[in-house]
Design a binder for this molecule. Sequence first.
Ligand code: SF4
Ligand code: SF4
Length: 120
Amino acid sequence: MTGSCNSCGNCCRKINLEGHRGWLRREEDFADMLLEYPEYERFRISGKDDMGFLQFSCSWLTDEGACRDHDSRLPLCRNFPDKTLHFCGGTVPPGCGYLINEVRPFSSYLAETRKKGEKR
Ligand code: SF4
Ligand code: SF4
């Protein structure tokens, strides 16, 4: 990963949340999550994404794109953009100052090497 945060706030506007049974799709699952993690009450359901997963915005985000309580933000906020990308359906949002460098999977190298071997 390269780059840095330019404080655009976009990662706080379109959030996907992951519960014990995977990414949240139903409002009832979010209600269950709040029983266990009341600190998630800051998140508001804003709709669903193309994949049918619930999307959230954060009520702690100011109009200027800053976090109301930066020091008390959640671990998933501190870790963004994390390798597992809790936010935004697996990629950084438009305007984000970070760039996730593509990592080529080992299986891809293996297939290529085998192909070269077959040609010899
Ligand atoms: S708590 Fe702060 S950093 Fe986390 S999503 Fe909300 S506004 Fe963004
Ligand atoms: S989207 Fe990227 S650049 Fe914008 S606030 Fe979030 S981490 Fe920073």
